[in-house]
Ligand binder design. Sequence first.
Ligand SMILES: Cc1cc2nc3c(=O)[nH]c(=O)nc-3n(C[C@H](O)[C@H](O)[C@H](O)COP(=O)(O)O)c2cc1C
Length: 279
Amino acid sequence: MAQTAKRIGICVFSGTGNTLKCAKALEAALTERGISVKLHEIADGTETASERDLVICYPIYGFNMPRVMKPFCRNLTGGGNVWFLKTSGEPLRLNDNSSAEMIRILQKKGYAIKGEFHYIMPYNIVFRHTDALASLMLETAEKRISDAAKRIADGEETSIAAPLSAKLVSALCRVEHWFYPRNGRLFRVDPKKCVRCLKCVKNCPTKNITFEDGRFRFGKNCIGCVRCSFNCQTDAIKIGMIDFMRVNGPYDFTRDPGSARLGRYCKKSYERYFADKRD
Ligand SMILES: Cc1cc2nc3c(=O)[nH]c(=O)nc-3n(C[C@H](O)[C@H](O)[C@H](O)COP(=O)(O)O)c2cc1C
């Protein structure tokens, strides 16, 4: 019989805030159900959480998890129940295998994998969604998160199934864990645009950016989260080989979700997602 959880740790890595918004909505929904929740923010993966039951939240990068999730999972010792909450920019099934590496690590440590919840949030790379669509994404996620909180509170299992195509694509794309630290060394700051606010230095989760003797230096610990370039107020940071996919500036999530229109890109998948009819 399903058990009711009493104390839960929500562990979240978020590059540009989308996943953190979802994690905070889940924290509020679980708290409303009388569950004691502690939210742990993951930065470079050296953190840990002492609660037995956990919800691990992360954004999908290249059909996989961000690299920091691996050391984070290796640090865990509680051996209780785990759910995943993940966000991504597109609702393709190719994203369905993204938790696989964490599942392998956690199962070896005796954790029971109970399921995962996947929400679509606006792209922080590739191209910009409109603000209205971003608002619709957040509104949709928040509604579904309250249902997720009930299922987690009841200890209910949800399925994690990935088609073979997702397994193959995520295995191939795991090369990005090798790529981002190298690509990070190619990041550059345009001195004509930069206003020396040093937000990028202060906010980098892996402390990979330094500013010394009037020069920015990018080290070898970049995880590709794009927090630096996304939040740069003058759009001064170029992100190496993936610069052509750079998206700059936060979304305005206060727009009317009712005015959201879908573009042509993956239209059918987005329609299925918003109608909650994912296959
Ligand atoms: C390096 C990188 C790779 C990404 N790869 C994918 C992907 O494979 N599939 C996808 O749907 N979205 C992808 N995205 C989009 C993010 O998953 C999405 O915008 C997410 O909500 C960002 O969450 P955050 O704001 O918490 O960092 C990628 C984003 C980045 C920065």
